[in-house]
Design a protein around this ligand. Sequence first.
Ligand code: URA
Length: 302
Amino acid sequence: MSSEELRSEARAIAGSLRALLQQLVDTGADALPSEPAAARRQAQAGAQGSPDPRRAEEPRPATVAPTRAPKPPFAPSTPSPTRREAHGEARALPVVGHAPEITLDHPVEREVGLARLGALEQLVAGCQACALHQGRTQTVFARGTPVTELMFVGEGPGAEEDAQGLPFVGKAGQLLDRMIAAMGYAPDEIYVANVVKCRPPSNRKPEPPEMQACEGYLHEQIAIVRPKVIVALGATACEGLLKVSGITRLRGTWRLYRGAIPVMPTFHPAYLLRTPEAKRDVWSDLQQVMAKLGKAPPPRRG
Ligand code: URA
């Protein structure tokens, strides 16, 4: 395929993507026809318990399971609570979106995928699908590389992310980068995105309608990147990706995103800033991820 043909295909895909997402926004649709039935069944099978509209309490240090995992190689940081971490009873949440097939392992697919991500980022930049757009400085789309086996998904931008337009650039992000380095990856070797792309007021947890309004965007990002593993950082990421809540119970157990992509739920780095003793649990979760990806940890310095 010539580069002109490639560009024209990318333009066509960007156009259809724009139309598709506009349709999502316009109709508030809760499912698109191409969503695989098996994936929907899996999401429903993974959900347990009854709906609980209350915001769950943040896990307290005393409730963290006794730590038997080895000491984590990412250094302790000064606790600096900026975000709330939710957990509680498992409950089912609605599924939105579709799963187009695309991978980035072929050069042409890569070009098309990158063009689609570029178009999607522009679409997100103009999104007014929920009230969060009113308080944002800018949208926060992603950082890292879309050509990767490993994706991290967080909750939503905080103040620093809203100011810089990039996810995980505040204190929690610095800890996330140390976790990623401990796994043997550079920050530009992985892909990082959030459930919602606009900062919630006072860093509150995003409301379900806000998460639903953004869901098609995250899904499209995942469908384009198609990582081999997703790490779900905290309760909101688990709710957004897996439609299940209860991070304390979920963490460390493999799940599937829409029947297709393995997800490892773990605690959010902001929670670790407040609860450093939970880092051992997170390190044990990340070691499971490394084992699945056949990744050896880098030699420890000092
Ligand atoms: N917390 C998140 O969940 N995402 C960010 O981008 C920053 C902090």
